[in-house]
Design a binder for this molecule. Structure first.
Ligand SMILES: Nc1ncnc2c1ncn2[C@@H]1O[C@H](COP(=O)(O)OP(=O)(O)OP(=O)(O)O)[C@@H](O)[C@H]1O
Ligand SMILES: [Mg+2]
Length: 467
């Protein structure tokens, strides 16, 4: 053995002297952990694009968390990669382990796979400076594109230490909403898409300006105007995971922070109906304390629990979004939705926390045209003009419009029927609004009359008193 060791050592030295090539080995499993090394996985995905074109013997498999069948090199195959004019040879090898022991947990780790990168020694600088990073980043990016996306929800804080230890649980995220199907004015849509695109490509920019790579969106508008639909469209557009945070089940600020830490990069963190989730209308903490002083018995919340149930405070939430901890990940979008923007504390929606405020409005003609195209495959119709005129004066949500555009009968030309239904619905809404306005006017009238009466009565009393 000793002799063999010596011979190998010197033979390699001699060989190295004449051999102009450098080799780098990347093992599949490293160290004690039986977990595939990140570098190996990234290289595998990177090479899969190359090897599926060049390789003759390939392996097909569905990798963990991936939606596509991926092809990779079989053992002892080789592919050539080119980068900045230099050539790189990648080969996949396997060494059988010479351990004679039986393992309790037979894993793939027993036969050691590795990639061998070979390149000319004049490219050594290129490899250490940029090629390796290029391979890893590209590989990771392809991996992210191929992965199955997930929709997470937070487990109630109470369950974290029991049987189910994780703070988030997930299902696969499949929502068909896209920006194409989202009903909205074309201009506004374009602006949002541009904003998202520049965000997702903004790694260097955010680093340059010294800001954490995250962005806050506030979506506000009446129910049924497409806020949730927009969130799904954003996640689909950027290929991000979604974390749907249910604030009412988070016990306190520390737990909130823990949830934040456990989120992955490239994700959308959503808090829906932020105005209902917390008593954020109470402004900052000081004011609630003042209230408590006046009102020493703890108030009960909607479910009848006493105040101690969720102790997430406004300041806790502010820190969640924009505090020091919020920078512990990157490429994250935080979205709040609300029906009443004015109810929210200004500190919560200031720029930097909620960078972009998007109003989801009642259906406009532009939005209607998208719906008509989606639902009825129509670009124009003689009723469009009527609809346009009516939409200008009517407040109807895209949800109501789309309901009317769904065919309910099979007979007849259903585009005509649907549009007629819609016009009728618009008329109904207008009539309803008119009646409401009349009623309000009446009420207002009687109120002012009552006030006048009270004033007169008071005046009478005062004069009597004076007398
Ligand atoms: N802008 C829109 N584009 C396309 N579909 C829409 C749009 N707005 C609403 N819809 C349709 O109406 C339904 C309700 O929309 P959504 O759930 O997004 O409303 P929301 O604004 O989140 O309401 P809420 O405030 O009650 O949560 C969706 O199923 C969707 O199909
Ligand atoms: Mg919603």
């Amino acid at each position: 053995y000793q002799l063999r060791g010596y011979v190998e050592k010197y033979a390699q030295r001699l060989f190295g002297f004449f051999n102009p090539y450098v080799q780098i080995k990347i093992h599949e499993y490293t160290g004690e952990r039986f977990e595939q090394s990140e570098a190996y996985a990234a290289i595998q995905t990177y090479l899969s694009t190359n090897s599926s074109k060049q390789g003759k013997r390939l392996k097909a498999d569905i990798a963990k968390n991936s939606k596509n069948l991926s092809l990779s090199m079989d053992d002892n195959e080789e592919v050539i990669d080119e980068y900045k004019g230099a050539q790189f040879w990648w080969a996949s090898h396997k060494t059988m382990s010479d351990k004679q022991t039986l393992s309790f947990y037979p894993t793939d780790a027993d036969d050691n796979r590795y990639y061998m990168l070979t390149f000319h020694k004049r490219h050594r600088g290129l490899v250490t400076d940029s090629y390796m990073n290029h391979v890893l980043e590209e590989g990771k990016a392809i991996g992210v594109k191929n992965r199955l996306r997930k929709l997470y929800t937070n487990n109630p804080s109470d369950n974290w230490y029991g049987y189910n230890k994780s703070v988030w649980s997930h299902v696969l995220f499949r929502h068909p909403s896209t920006f194409r199907t989202l009903a909205m004015d074309a201009e506004k849509k374009k602006e949002i898409i541009a904003d998202l695109t520049s965000f997702s490509k903004g790694r260097d920019y955010y680093e340059k300006i010294g800001k954490a790579w995250k962005r806050g969106y506030l979506l506000y508008g009446p129910p049924g105007t497409g806020k949730s639909t927009m969130i799904a469209a954003i996640a689909n557009f950027l290929d991000y995971d979604i974390y749907d945070l249910e604030l009412t089940t988070v016990k306190n600020n520390t737990d909130l922070r823990k949830l934040l830490i456990e989120t992955s990069n490239k994700s959308v963190i959503v808090i829906e109906d932020i105005d209902c989730s917390l008593d954020l209308t109470g402004q900052r903490k000081k004011k609630t304390k003042e209230k408590e002083k006046k009102d020493p018995i703890p108030k009960k919340d909607k479910e009848g629990n006493s105040d101690g149930d969720s102790k997430v405070t406004l300041s806790g939430l502010l820190n969640f979004i924009d505090g020091l901890w919020s920078a512990c990940g990157e490429e994250r979008i935080i979205i709040f939705t609300t029906n009443y923007k004015d109810k929210l504390d200004p500190a919560l929606v200031r720029r930097g926390r909620m960078d972009k405020h998007i109003e989801m409005s009642y259906c406009t003609f532009g939005a209607f045209k998208v719906l008509a195209k989606n639902y009825l495959d129509l670009d124009s119709h003689h009723l469009f003009e009527t609809v346009e005129q009516m939409l200008e004066k009517t407040q109807i949500t895209p949800a109501d419009v789309s309901e009317n555009l769904m065919p309910k009968t099979v007979d007849g030309n259903f585009a005509d029927v649907c549009l007629e239904n819609l016009v009728q619905a618009l008329k109904d809404v207008q009539e309803e609004a008119r009646l409401k306005a009349v009623e309000e006017a009446k009420e207002h009238d009687s109120c002012t009359k009552d006030e006048l009466n009270v004033d007169a009565a008071l005046a009478e009393i005062v004069t009597k008193d004076n007398d």
